[in-house]
Design a protein around this ligand. Sequence first.
Ligand code: C2E
Ligand code: CA
Ligand code: CA
Length: 644
Amino acid sequence: MRILIVDDEPATHDSYRRSFAGQRSDTGDALDAMAADLFGEDVTEGDADGNADADGNARPDFILTHVDQGLDAIGAVEQALADGEPFAVAFIDVRMPPGIDGRETAQRIRAVDPEINLVIVTGFSDFSPAEISKVAGPADKIFYIAKPFEVAEITQTATALAKRWEIDRELKDARAMLAAQVVQLEEQSAELAANESRAIHIATHDSLTDAPNRLAFLRALAERTKVAGLFATVMVDLDRFKLVNDTLGHLAGDAMIREICAILHRSAPEGALVARLGGDEFGILFETLGEAAAVMACDHIVAACAVSLQVFGNSVQGGASAGLVVTEGGQGGDPVDVQRRSDLALNDAKRGGRGIVRLFDESMDEGIRFRRRVENGLGQAIARGELSLVYQPIISRDAVEVVGFEALVRWNTKEYGALSPATFIPIAEESNLIHELGDWVLNEALTVLKHWPGQYVSVNFSPRQFRRHNFVGHIMENVLRAGIEPARLQIEITETAIFDDAERAAETLYKLRQMGFRIALDDFGTGYSSLYNIRKFALDCLKIDRSFIDGMGRERESAAIVHSIIHLGRALGLGVIAEGVETEAQVQALRLAGASHFQGYFYSRPVDAAIAVDMANARYMGGKDDTAGDALVIPRQLGNGLRN
Ligand code: C2E
Ligand code: CA
Ligand code: CA
């Protein structure tokens, strides 16, 4: 512990030396006790025990530095600081001619060392303590000893102040350490906060598009439902997305999702929340003035999606359908119900085709109830004998002859009367009922077929039936059981059934064809198949969808599509059946275009089994301008009046 002594009198320096060299006197005990009181430490511990060794603990080892003048003192303090061994205490005489006095010395020392304890050794008539404190404070680091002093006064003051100086230093170090720790903690907490917000971002955003995800959407919807005012909840689903994924790969699918997400952002009303709910489904939430305005906004969004997108160098036709519901917030509405309604509207839009916007209305809920009832009723329909088949002849172009019949299922319900297969087949398709229903249709058709002289029966199979395990074996089993030639069964499947898993479908079709079954691709032109891909599949004929035949007379495109399908079919050696032929004009046009077969109300509506057998036996369906002399002619009007 270093002590600085500043005094111009050599004799005083000697007294200091003696003070620090000498043993402690009894009078010192009082000051020791004072020091203990002051600093909470028993500085006299060693003495009290009478333990000589401990004495060193109570009184630190002092190293004295003596200077005669104030300026030397300042220099010594500076040097001590520079050496990293500062003084703990300086005893300063007040009058030190010819140099600067004690007050100025104290002031200047204080300026270089804020920690040092200063003891002003002053005569009675010198500066008042307050005067010196003012320039060399703080007051708690300045002490006074009156001259002449006693030895004990000096040593005890030095001991107490040295202790205190040490404690101050430790405190200062501890404070600095604490401050550093606080800074570190602050940094850590900032980092934690950043991590947390990153985690929240990840949990609430979709990684592919960085749009809010389903969770974020549902939260926003729940919040919005609580607040007053009209808002629109929209579900958007991409058209043909699966096709892009399947044919161009998942990366292309991802790219398309990102493109569409950007389009949705651009085209949605300002302030809208656009979220990716998963797969190719998006949710949009926005404020609206009413249903008409919301529908308009959705029309705009859907139109914006109907553009040709560049995906990895491929041009892909974008497209989306949307279902929406407009809700008044702040009425205690249930966000889950809001979402359910917009989902129902979307389902309705998808069922309606592509690029459609549907506003929720209560009948959609009604529709769901209807579906449930149908689903329940269909289970028993077979057992109750409520199902029946009707048959629609397929006529060859050249001989105008009935070559086969398409079997079409009918369901006569007690509750709703006769239901169209267009209503209940999709419902059966969504449940497992389609298999039972399909088996019934197949067996019924195969039974009726036996009464026909040679025509085939064309049976519809839904995608789900076609994809069932061991479809080929299943069909074969039924045909064998019925004792029918495979060539008399035509399997009608749609494009969707084969393009969802083209490789497997190609294999199934190949096997079926090998076994002698006929295969027709139904509703051709409405699905996804590129004309080019068709070559991969073993087929017998294409059925041109009714919508193109219907549009032929009115729209150039329909006529063009019909022509190209017929060309394609002929080029691949396939038959081409034109479906839904209703007028003489259509027959003429289709004949010219080169369709090989016709089916439609112009020749006959679907008829029941008894009439079908008559038609089958008559064969010829030439109608009025009869050319086949001896054949039994069934006028084409025959079927039309009959139950369909
Ligand atoms: P599809 O296979 O395209 O059958 C042709 C539909 O067009 C039939 O409707 C038929 O009655 C109708 N149609 C035939 N000629 C004309 C015409 O000249 N003009 C008009 N406007 N319509 C005509 P249907 O019987 O209501 O069948 C609807 C759909 O239900 C069928 O469409 C088929 O996809 C499905 N379907 C029918 N029966 C079965 C079945 O047993 N199993 C499966 N899986 N699906 C079936
Ligand atoms: Ca069909
Ligand atoms: Ca069809």
